[in-house]
Design a protein around this ligand. Structure first.
Ligand code: ADP
Length: 764
């Protein structure tokens, strides 16, 4: 990079040289200046000269030996010193340099001079440059030109056109052959983003430069000075006298000295680029170095006197200020789009039941508005992908890793730096932005950015900023000698995420939380209401079945009396009708009894105790044997049935219903019913298996509904269709689950558990 400064000889050795120790170089402690001015170091308040550049004789008309140790009035004259004292009293010279005086002549040298000053380490540093009034722009023209430039900058529609105007106008004001804007990326490397140049020159626009081209100390110094000028890269440095003690090295801080000599590395670097002169100004945003405006002369040295530099000194800070606004404005338009998308997504979340439905199914969705190539939504284990993303397995892996980071909002433009396993899919996930939706699960939203700029044009090898020369028995660092373009593959990087994008992610996260909390609140209300109405229904069922039984018994008894006492007197039709009344009353009694049993499952708390289930099952089997003494049934009861803590009466009900059904819905000559338990899982799973008629798959859920029968009223010994419902309720009261595996004609196996647990969760 033409504005580069790099390590000077001495700061590193051939053994330890690398990109990073160039960052350690103290480029401000050079102890020398460029020859287009003279420098005096003065002690206040006496204004005694303690150091001077070796060129005072030629430049100021007083030999350095005479100047050193003497008073400043010998060089400036009494009047100028008096005027200087007034200026010094009213000017802040700490942490900046200021123009102090324009001198019409010096006691020992004709011609006008500009005098600049800054304070460093308690010393006053005075810098002299010749004034070039002949080249000074006419003031009225200058103001007009500056005003037009500012208006033009303000009118520019985008940051790109803004920077183009800036480089064009700086080139017009300065007359340099090339003016460019160099923008720093987050990692310190940079890119030429605007350029104005003489037609015949090779373009630098779009070139990238490694971070080592402008090491950290050089970046710091560029940020400190409004302008850095190197009129001639071939200049011979002028040392400050007396020289510092060799053992210590120079300690004078020339950070704010305009004439400060540049490092050998810098001038060598520029010579290799065939640059003869430069002028560099920092572009700051919010006080931080955003980039540089760099002017270059290739054909010959070029000195820009103070008169011609001052418009640039005024213009560049203006450009900095307006540029910040312009960049923010670019982002503002994007922010508005993101705001609109967020509003629409919130609307969708309030209308649509599931987050997946609201955020991924419609338009807009998670990928709308935001500058991302793909998105993923992981909620309750369900994963939905949009656009270009890694595979489902890779996204799940990534989500697990993100969950472990425990960061609510995470963003990176180099995913492999944080998560090396992303190397295999960084083409679609060079960078990502994610929001965590749960503290306990991996639920999240992830936006992906694919790898960007597969091939960058680097203006030099980013891994080899310097070469080492062993000349003169001294290790010296040389700038690289070749600047031919070469291509570096920048892998696994995406465009960096902007603040407004991270902000959008934060707000979407909050909106999702609000929706989740609101839904949970609504669900809790609905559940409470459901429980209340269930309780009411149970009380009603109990009351109805209980209270209806009595009048029904009356109907049945009176119908029987009628049959016994007056039956013979009735016509045949009348007798049939009476029989129907009796049959229907009997059926209604069965139904009411079932309803009563069903409601009893709910009434009263569970009476829990430990029971050996083998005894319970034996009892149920004995009972059933008595009910169906003529049937050929083979009961196989497992000897390993465990002892279980349960409500005895309700568990008997379960086994009774299941075993009875296993016999009832069976046409085999020898009916086989197997009763057992899988104790290898937790909680144990009980089963009742038969070799009966089986159940079609689509009926396997229906049979658990109240009064649901799959057969004619009197087929298979009849029934009310309540047995399985009662069994299911009894299982549920124990916190368990019941299900059936069956196929038509191939028997059925009913499974159930008597407690909630991992097996139940897995199975469901
Ligand atoms: P019910 O036996 O009184 O009809 P259930 O609730 O016990 O009522 O059973 C509901 C229906 O499920 C039965 O009518 C029958 O069609 C079917 N069913 C239950 N158990 C079995 C089984 N082991 N094999 C085949 N079908 C069955």
């Amino acid at each position: 990079m033409p504005t580069s400064m790099s390590a000077a000889a001495g700061c590193v050795t051939s053994r330890n040289v690398d990109v990073n120790n160039c960052d350690l170089e103290q480029v401000q402690l050079v102890g020398a200046i460029q020859p287009h001015g003279a420098l005096l170091v003065v002690e206040e308040p006496a204004l005694r000269i303690v150091r001077a550049s070796a060129n005072t004789d030629g430049f100021l008309g007083t030999p350095t030996a005479t100047v050193l140790g003497g008073s400043l009035d010998r060089v400036l004259g009494d009047d100028a010193v008096a005027a200087l004292r007034v200026r010094l009293a009213g000017t802040n010279l700490t942490g900046c340099s200021a123009h102090l005086l324009t001198l019409a002549a010096l006691p020992h040298r004709d011609g006008r001079f500009h005098l600049f000053g800054n304070r460093s380490d308690g010393l006053l540093i005075l810098e002299f440059e010749r004034s070039d009034a002949a080249h000074a722009p006419v003031e009225s023209d200058l103001f007009g030109a500056l005003r037009n430039t500012l208006q033009e900058l303000q009118r520019s529609a985008s940051l790109r056109t803004f920077l183009e105007v800036a480089v064009d106008r700086v080139r017009e004001f300065t007359g340099f052959e090339r003016v460019l804007v160099y923008r720093f990326d987050p990692d310190g490397s940079g890119e030429v983003v605007a350029e104005a140049k003489e037609p015949g020159l090779d373009p630098y626009l779009g070139l990238h430069y490694p971070a080592s081209d402008i090491p950290a100390p050089a970046r710091r110094l560029f940020a400190l000075s409004p302008l850095r000028h190197l009129p001639d890269v071939h200049y011979i440095p002028v040392p400050l006298l007396p020289p510092p003690p060799a053992s210590v090295g120079d300690t004078l801080d020339l950070s704010y000295a305009f004439l400060r000599s540049v490092s050998e590395m810098y001038s060598g670097y520029l010579r290799n680029m065939e640059v003869q002169a430069t002028l560099v100004a920092p572009l700051l945003k919010a006080g931080k170095l955003w980039g540089l405006i760099s002017c270059m002369q290739h054909s010959a040295p070029k000195y820009l006197p103070y008169e011609q530099r001052s418009p640039i000194e005024f213009l560049v800070p203006m450009v900095s200020l307006l540029m910040g606004d312009r960049e923010d404005l670019d982002h503002y338009a994007y922010r508005v789009v993101l705001d609109q998308t967020l509003g629409q997504l919130i609307g969708a979340m309030s209308r649509i039941e599931t987050l997946h439905g609201a955020l991924t199914a419609g338009d807009p969705n998670l990928l709308s508005g935001i500058d991302a190539d793909g998105a993923a939504l992981l909620v309750d284990g369900q994963l939905t992908l949009l656009g270009d993303t890694p595979t489902r397995d890779q996204v799940r892996l990534l989500a697990d890793w993100l969950a472990q980071q425990d960061i609510p909002v995470f963003s990176t433009y180099r995913l492999t730096n944080d998560f090396p396993a992303a190397e295999s899919f960084c083409a679609v996930a060079g960078g990502l932005l994610s929001i965590r939706l749960s503290r306990t699960t991996a639920d999240q939203v992830i936006w992906f950015r694919s790898e960007v700029l597969r091939e960058e044009h680097w203006a030099g090898d980013p891994r080899k900023p310097v070469e080492i020369s062993m000349d003169e028995r001294q290790v010296r660092l040389l700038p690289r000698t070749s600047f031919a373009l070469w291509k570096e593959t920048v892998r696994c990087q995406s465009r960096p995420w902007l603040d407004c994008e991270r902000d959008y992610a934060v707000r979407l996260r909050q909106a999702i939380f609000d929706v989740i909390v609101e839904r949970a609140r609504r669900l809790a209300l609905i559940n409470a209401e459901l429980e209340r109405s269930n309780r009411e229904l149970d009380s009603f069922a109990f009351a109805a079945s209980h209270d209806l039984k009595e009048p029904l018994r009356g109907i049945h008894n009176f119908a029987e009396y009628l049959q016994q006492e007056d039956g013979a007197r009735l016509s045949e039709k009348g007798q049939k009708r009476l029989e129907t009344i009796l049959r229907l009353a009997g059926r209604m009694d069965d139904l009411l009894e079932s309803l009563l049993q069903y409601s009893r499952v709910f009434r009263n708390a569970l009476d829990l105790d430990s029971y050996p289930l083998s005894a319970l099952v034996e009892q149920a089997v004995d009972f059933i044997r008595q009910v169906i003494p003529d049937e050929a049934v083979e009961f196989l009861v497992s000897p390993d049935l465990p002892v279980v803590r349960c409500d005895r009466m309700r568990v008997e009900m379960i086994f009774h219903n299941l075993i009875l059904n296993a016999v009832k819905y069976n046409r085999q000559p020898v009916k086989r019913v197997e009763i057992g338990c899988d104790t290898a899982v937790d909680p144990p799973v009980f089963f009742v298996k038969d070799n009966g008629i089986g159940i079609a798959p689509d009926q396997c859920e229906l049979i658990f509904q109240l009064f649901r029968r799959l057969h004619g009223r009197d087929e298979y010994g009849g029934g009310t269709g309540a047995g399985l419902t009662i069994a299911k309720k009894a299982v549920k009261r124990h916190g368990g689950r019941i299900w059936v595996e069956s196929a038509e004609g191939r028997g059925s196996t009913f499974h159930f558990t008597l407690a909630a647990g991992p097996t139940v969760a897995d199975a469901s």
